[in-house]
Design a protein around this ligand. Structure first.
Ligand SMILES: Cc1ncc(COP(=O)(O)O)c(C=O)c1O
Length: 427
């Protein structure tokens, strides 16, 4: 906070552009925290909210239900192969807490009391609450709470740019998969394996190699371990597919959605489970098999209504096809970005790009400037008319999904100029 004496106050936004109180326009390279789909002030989404707000703003999903939430659950189940029921929450971290609780309680419900451990991929990120921090341990973020987090079994992840010298990329993938198989084969107390689907985003845009996630799902099945996938940042088209786990051929037992679910307009997340998991929660009241979990705004009608409209627009506008075409614009800039003195690596899939900034390209030495890298790039980006955020030494490009080819080109051009002009402050 000490670095930030003043924040830019955003007063309005339209399309891909944010406007601050000084009248500056910034191209939204962050999709307003990775959730914006259509750009800002989309009339159809605004109408969905206002229309619903005249009927029912909020009731409760304790003993009750509401029409938009029911319809949304139907929509979500229909588009999610293998999933059967939906549990709503209002942010991604909560959706992951719920996923963890469901996974652990499932084994308890079916009488397998010893299955209580959770395995995860190193470097994952699943939110900032305690359960989510435990399964997504990022040392820089969470080390202050390490003692309070529950223990997990951590499996290394193949980061192509930084694999140990003695391995080829392919061999290291097998090394990680073997580690999972070894763990699972010698420990029958593992309840679930929790991972992001398709890529680790906050952990530095680590895109999983083809087949990696599918093989993990097979190992999970073989050893009777539940697969919990987090599609909060990677589903809904961010990586170029509506449902990332179908592209990865890895049907989970539990999956979490968030961020883009409402087009980025209202707060909502969802945890979906298979029928096998859901059925284990059915029983006589005093069997205590039900899930003791609920939030005030669970299944909020306004959020549900805008999510339904958002999903309708995905279909109407064939958004996934559009993303697949628009995202090719990223490729046109690979060479120009790679030539920059401080760029060590470029990682890209769909509407997500991570540019790793290094001090020494040859030896891949990370930069460590006095000020935070995020602050430096944010300020430089502002001078170039873009809203940029870095995570560690990775410049993240996460634009609204429906960005046009022209605006994406502009974002990339301005990012290149920003990196070049920020260089003297970071070397
Ligand atoms: C993969 C993943 N899971 C969970 C979360 C947490 O979501 P929220 O910020 O809505 O709590 C995030 C947020 O960035 C995320 O990237």
């Amino acid at each position: 906070m000490k670095e930030w004496d003043a924040f830019n106050e955003i007063v309005k936004a339209k399309g891909m552009w944010l406007t601050d109180s000084n009248g500056n326009n910034l191209l939204d390279g962050v999709a307003s925290m990775w959730c914006n789909v259509w750009g800002h002030s989309k009339p159809e989404l605004i109408n969905a909210i206002t229309k619903q707000s005249k009927k029912l703003q909020h009731s409760s999903m304790f003993n009750l239900t509401n029409e938009p939430a029911e319809k949304l659950a139907e929509n979500l189940v229909k588009m999610s192969p293998g999933m059967h029921k939906v549990f709503y929450s209002d942010n991604g971290s909560s959706a992951m807490e719920i996923a963890i609780k469901i996974a652990l309680q499932y084994w308890n419900n079916i009488g397998e009391m010893k299955k209580t451990k959770i395995a995860t991929l190193e470097n994952g990120y699943h939110g900032d609450t305690f359960g989510a921090m435990s399964v997504g341990y990022v040392p820089e973020f969470f080390s202050k709470f390490k003692k309070q987090l529950f223990p997990t079994i951590q499996i290394p992840v193949p980061n192509k740019y930084r694999i140990p010298k003695e391995y080829s990329y392919f061999d290291y993938q097998n090394f990680c998969l073997d580690k999972i198989e070894n763990q699972f084969s010698k420990d029958d107390k593992i309840a679930a394996f929790v991972m992001e689907s398709g890529a680790q985003v906050a952990g530095g845009v680590i895109i999983f190699p083809k087949g990696f996630q599918r093989k993990i799902s097979k190992i999970c099945k073989k050893y009777n371990v539940l697969l919990v996938l987090d599609e909060i940042a990677t589903g809904f088209g961010r990586l170029g597919s509506m449902i990332q786990y179908t592209e990865q051929k890895s049907i989970p037992d539990i999956v979490a959605y968030g961020k883009m679910l409402t087009g980025g307009y209202l707060t909502m997340a969802a945890t979906l489970t298979s029928k096998k998991i859901y059925d284990s929660f059915l029983g006589e009241f005093y069997d205590w098999k039900h899930l003791f979990h609920g939030h005030t705004f669970t299944g909020n009608p306004l959020s549900s209504a805008v999510a339904n409209e958002n999903l309708r627009l995905y279909q109407k506008n064939n958004l996934i096809k559009k993303i697949q075409k628009t995202s090719k614009v990223f490729e046109e800039y690979y060479e120009e970005i790679a030539e920059i003195e401080t760029v060590g690596d470029i990682r890209h899939k769909g509407m997500l790009m991570g540019i790793e900034i290094v001090k020494d390209k040859k030896n891949k030495i990370p930069i460590r400037p006095k000020k935070s890298i995020n602050k430096i790039f944010f300020e430089e980006g502002k001078k170039h008319g873009i809203y940029l955020r870095t995570l560690g030494n990775i410049v993240m490009l996460v634009p609204p999904l429906a960005i046009s080819e022209e605006e994406l080109g502009l974002l990339l051009n301005r990012t290149i100029n920003t990196i070049k002009s920020a260089q003297n402050q970071i070397l």
